[in-house]
Design a protein around this ligand. Structure first.
Ligand SMILES: [Zn+2]
Length: 306
């Protein structure tokens, strides 16, 4: 795995002390605005996903016996017994399991979730290389018909630990479809992702960020929108995209990009470098919440259409 070479020996006993001494300040910050912390979920989950992929994300990260606050820390450490601890920056502590699966406590470290919509596409492979170079994980909200066209790059993304979310089969505005058509759009994309990766996505991002009560109640999975829109689909300018992302990043943030645009992919190294220097750890959406996100993530103000 990408972080394998950076392992730093640290005993689990030491992690108990650190985990219990620090509290959920980051998650409390997440509670501001419309973003809700994940209830009583701990910010670290070492529960492995069956089969090793992350596409099922929070759906396979149960946290039996975990509590909140320092109790969660102790429970977490118990579950990562045998894991290595890897220090990836002064402020980030990442525990990596034997299978290369890692756990990040976003209550303790500065996390940001980069999300890439509408792929996979011809530039997704290059993006994966950029992310790997910075030990960054991201979340891909994929369009089913693009998955069917580019299954191997999605398989590589999942194998690298990135999270895969459902962005429907054909990118239609779900508020304009019948309940049955919404289900069909999601189900067809689920099947494409499962065929490529072996997993069904646990998260959904509705195209255009568009949803209403019918869409919301008809989809049982978390709807994940964003806190920062780089408007990369509109401004095909790498420097601008990077500037907006860097300037707008906040701990607990979810930043929206589109990896179907080469200008966006070329902006990513600059974003990764600048935010790494500021102490950020790049996590998947599920890592950000340490488990299942709330039903709605960053629905905030009416999001701009793209
Ligand atoms: Zn989209």
């Amino acid at each position: 795995m990408s972080t394998g070479a950076r392992r730093v020996a640290a005993r689990v006993a030491a992690a108990v002390v650190m985990a219990t001494a620090l509290c959920a300040t980051a998650h409390q910050r997440l509670a501001a605005g419309t973003l809700q912390p994940a209830g009583t979920s701990p910010a670290v989950s070492a529960a492995p996903s069956p089969g090793g992929g992350s596409a099922t994300g929070p759906g396979t990260s149960p946290s039996p016996g975990s509590g909140t606050g320092s109790g969660a820390g102790a429970a977490v450490v118990a579950r990562v017994a045998g894991a290595r601890e890897t220090v990836v920056s002064r402020r980030a502590v990442v525990a990596e399991g034997a299978a290369g699966r890692r756990t990040v406590d976003c209550r303790r470290v500065k996390c940001v979730a980069l999300t890439f919509d509408d792929g996979p596409g011809p530039y997704t492979g290059e993006l994966l290389r950029h992310l790997a170079a910075h030990q960054a994980r991201a979340t891909f909200f994929v369009v089913g018909q693009n998955v069917a066209a580019h299954p191997s790059v999605l398989r590589r993304a999942a194998a690298a630990g990135h999270e895969i979310g459902n962005h429907t089969w054909s990118h239609q505005d779900l508020t304009k479809l019948s309940a049955g058509a919404v289900r069909a759009e999601l189900a067809r994309a689920d099947r494409a992702v499962k065929a490529a990766t072996g997993f069904v996505p646990a998260l959904v991002r509705p195209p255009y960020g568009a949803f209403d009560n019918a869409v919301r109640t008809g989809i049982r999975r978390p709807l994940v929108l964003w806190s920062v829109d780089t408007l990369d689909w509109l401004h095909r300018d790498s420097a601008r995209v990077a500037r907006v992302a860097i300037r707008s990043a906040r701990p607990g943030g979810v930043i929206l990009f589109h990896d179907i645009h080469p200008t966006t992919v070329r902006a990513v190294p600059r974003v990764l470098k600048a935010l790494s220097r500021r102490g950020y750890t790049f996590v998947t959406v599920s890592e950000l919440f340490g488990g299942p996100p709330p039903r709605l993530v960053y629905t905030g103000d009416a999001p701009p259409r793209h």
